[in-house]
Design a protein around this ligand. Structure first.
Ligand code: HSE
Length: 433
């Protein structure tokens, strides 16, 4: 058994610095739990930092650090796809265990990276890649290992949740809240990944794989962001007893899996509707456990470092046991990963919120409900509001679950009615039952 575990931290941004600080602050606890001194021997950084312990070697030669014989575990917190991928592959080929927070890299190249790690008898751990400090990977991979997962639903992008919460609670507009989120450091200067749903889709593809035992298939996740959410719809949804959240869903269906991230109306009474601000939460529906919910900070130095170091602790047990691996990367043994189909958008089933803008004419509601009924769409609620100054009237309809292709057809027919003056606004709806 080794006395000392040597770690290299590649990248000294918010997360890397958080890991360095965590190891300093909790050194005694970490040593008591693991039975080892855990030492950062190297940090990979472009600029020399004078706030780092002089005993730690600083270098910008990441490949040399990843291959260094003294290093037991490589922590990759650089982010991005190119350097991060090269350095992880290099570390694996030098038989180093790796810990990464890089969801984009794993969502797109995880199958290759995990395969290579298995070939070289090492582990790539990624607790910090999904929902920051919430240990959702460990929960689904290990704590729920006896269950068959039916669905996972998660608020897995804190920036998006902050924006929607402000819109919902303070009647603020999307653009204004986004500017504040950037000023507060929640959203990046280029917020595309957060507000277009891509960050959530990366995380969802990881959750779906470990929930269902399927390879990573990021390119098959139906992805919509929150940029088109209008304050008016947030207000109408509230009047009808719903909250609009940006959610990632992975559903087991009869003919395949549905993977999707999009704004969603959920009943105010559900726990997820009350997850506000930058918080994340993931709900899992599994047999025989039933529903369970996991809540906490999805980003930030402390939360992310907590997840990274939990992976390091697990890897110390792997190193001590002198075993090449323990839990399978995607929760199921690689040869048992299933090739069950991911359903196309047309094949997805969910309820809908529709907002029509119509001329105040005799029969327009009758025509609309006839079209819905002819397309097999069951109406759950309908609400007509006062006419705008323009004389146009907003009509809001909630439907029961319907196949997306049927809804597309119905919307096309509704938009063709002479009295319907604007494209129909549609937002998906889930009861989470
Ligand atoms: N940008 C992410 C979010 C945090 O807003 O949740 C890192 O995954």
């Amino acid at each position: 058994m080794k006395d000392k575990i040597n770690i290299a931290v590649l990248g000294l941004g918010t997360v890397g610095t958080g890991v360095v600080n965590l190891l300093k602050d909790n050194a005694v606890e970490l040593s008591r739990r693991s039975g080892h001194d855990i030492c950062i021997t190297h940090v990979g950084t472009r600029r020399q930092r004078d706030d780092i312990d002089p005993a730690i070697k600083q270098s910008d030669d990441l490949m040399a650090i990843a291959a260094d014989d003294d290093v037991d575990i490589v922590i990759e917190v650089i982010g991005g796809m190119t350097v991060a991928k090269d350095v992880i592959i290099h570390a694996i080929k030098h038989k180093k265990h790796v810990v990464t927070a890089n969801k984009a890299l794993l969502a797109e190249h995880g199958n290759e990276i995990f395969g290579l790690a298995e070939e070289h008898g090492v582990q790539v751990r990624y607790e910090a890649a999904v929902a920051g400090g919430i240990p959702i990977i460990k929960i689904i991979r290990e704590a729920l290992a006896a269950n068959k997962v039916d669905w996972v639903a998660g608020i897995i992008n804190g920036t998006g949740n902050f924006i929607l919460t402000e819109m919902q609670q303070k009647n603020r507009r999307f653009g204004d809240v986004l500017k504040e989120a950037q000023a507060l450091g929640y959203a990046e200067a280029d917020p595309t990944f957060d507000v277009e749903g891509i960050d959530a889709a990366h995380k969802l593809s990881l959750l779906a794989s470990i929930a269902f035992g399927i390879p990573l298939q990021f390119n098959k996740v139906h992805c919509e962001g929150i940029t088109k959410i209008n304050l008016q719809d947030v207000v109408y949804a509230k009047e009808l007893g719903y909250t609009i959240k940006h959610l990632g869903f992975a559903f087991r269906r009869e003919h395949g899996f549905e993977l999707r991230v999009h704004p969603t109306l959920i009943p105010n009474s559900t726990l997820l509707a009350n997850v506000n601000g930058v918080k994340n939460a993931v709900m899992v529906d599994a047999h025989p456990l039933g529903q369970s919910l996991y809540y906490g900070d999805g980003a930030g130095a402390g939360a992310t470092a907590s997840a990274v170091m939990a992976d390091v602790m697990d890897l110390i047990y792997v190193i001590n046991a002198n075993t090449p691996s323990d839990v399978p990367h995607l929760a199921f043994v690689p040869e048992e990963l299933s090739d069950t189909r991911i359903l196309s958008s047309d094949e997805m089933t969910c309820g809908y919120y529709l907002r029509l803008t119509v001329k105040d004419e005799l029969g327009v509601l009758a025509d609309t409900t006839r079209i819905l009924s002819e397309n097999g769409i069951n109406i759950d609620a309908i609400m007509q509001r006062d006419a705008h100054k323009s004389g146009l009237v907003p009509v809001i309809i909630l439907t029961l679950p319907v196949l997306e292709s049927q809804m597309n057809k119905a919307i096309k027919e509704i938009e063709a009615l002479g009295a319907v003056t604007e494209p129909v606004v549609r937002i998906r709806l889930e009861s989470l039952e």
